[in-house]
Design a protein around this ligand. Structure first.
Ligand code: PEP
Ligand code: MN
Length: 356
């Protein structure tokens, strides 16, 4: 349920409704819009009387939200959310945002060098992993804290915001100290303690969909971020894997582009696509970047490396910065063309018309 207050509602009336909900043992998230305050309810709604809340002074309406991921839905937050990071605005009708850089931070020199190249190619945000989630314990696991410091230094020198993955709850504080956006990776999508600890930093979070998650499940885990009073959420489709992985495929993962318009329609949060991890192949990054933008992605995460053969992780999908520049130019043009067309992106139809 969410409770919409009247525009004229007083602070005391709001407090009274919040008190009523909390005394039933439930929690709240308060969303203050331009004209109206909406109270989101966290917990078992059966414990509160819908009609009683509706008749309280200052209440405009109490709406029962049908989807399981209530706080992520457009019924709770109708308008597109724009996530702002040091002058970069992501979401709504802003031009696409590109988060680019190497898979792993390998040295001080490497992240400064590649950071400069991706910025020149048109990237808005510098990515680089310091804590790497690897399938094999024998693979490079990342530089850890030293890597975070290199990334922060590159971000400052190049005047570009940064994003890096937080893999464990014990590192949340230090990652939040050194990076501008915290990434929760596909392998940690189900880690509710990590999600909640990361959310409590209040920093923007890029939340990747697990390769084994249905969209509803994904949004239910993302909802834990809102329940911890953080609405700076970037949703990220990074490729899925057929359950059991029983058929031989040309690619390890399949970038699920259906998810892009579905997420835009169901939720107000910006949607990012990751054609690098979604394909695992350099030659597929360009066509799938175009496809992601055409499907309505608000931004792309693309891995780049000027010496991919020397890369300590994901060299096979790393793009040369010159290629990256080409993709960014092409995607910007494509975005502009679609925005000016008769049938722009799916959530444009949702806005103002409510959820259908
Ligand atoms: C990454 O961004 O480097 C990464 C490991 O991503 P994912 O969690 O999507 O595999
Ligand atoms: Mn990678």
């Amino acid at each position: 349920m969410s409770v919409a207050m009247k525009p004229s509602a007083t602070r005391a009336q709001l407090d009274e409704v919040v008190h009523k909900i909390k005394s039933a043992g439930l929690k709240v998230d308060i969303s203050s819009g331009e004209f109206q305050t909406v109270i989101g309810i966290i917990g078992d709604e059966k414990r509160i009387d819908f009609d009683q809340i509706r008749s309280m002074p200052g209440v405009y309406d109490a709406i029962r939200i049908q989807v399981p991921f209530r706080l992520m839905s457009r019924s709770y937050i109708p308008k597109d959310v724009v996530v702002k990071v040091h002058g970069v605005s992501i979401g709504r009708d802003n031009p696409p945002v590109y988060m680019c850089g190497p898979c792993s931070i390998e040295s001080y020199e490497q992240i400064h060098r590649i950071g400069k190249q991706v910025k020149e190619a048109g990237a808005h945000i510098l990515r680089g992993g310091a804590y790497k989630p690897r399938t094999s314990i024998h693979s490079f696991q990342g530089l850890g804290l030293e890597g975070l410091k290199h990334l922060q230094s590159a971000g400052k020198d190049l005047d570009i915001p940064t994003i890096t993955e937080v893999r464990s709850e014990v590192d949340v504080e230090s990652v939040a100290k050194y990076a501008d956006i915290l990434q929760i990776g596909a392998r940690n999508m189900f880690n509710q303690d990590l999600i909640e600890a990361t959310a409590r930093t209040g920093k923007p979070i890029l939340f990747k969909r697990s390769f084994a998650a249905q969209i509803d499940e994904y949004l239910s885990f993302a909802e834990r971020i809102v329940a911890n009073h953080n609405k700076n959420i970037l949703l990220c489709e990074r490729g899925i894997m057929p359950l059991g992985g029983t058929f031989k495929s040309q690619t390890r993962f399949t970038l699920d582009l259906n998810a892009v318009p579905i997420l835009r329609k169901e939720t107000p949060f910006p949607v990012i696509a990751d054609p690098s991890h979604g394909t695992g192949r350099r030659d597929l990054v360009l066509p799938m970047s175009r496809a992601s933008i055409a499907a309505g992605a608000h931004g792309l995460m693309i891995e780049a490396h000027d010496r991919p053969h020397e890369a300590l992780s994901d060299g096979a999908q790393a793009l040369d910065p010159k290629e990256l520049a080409k993709i960014i130019r092409m995607c910007n043009l494509l975005h502009k063309t679609i925005r000016e067309s008769e049938t722009p992106f799916s959530s444009d139809f949702v806005n103002g018309n409510g959820h259908d």
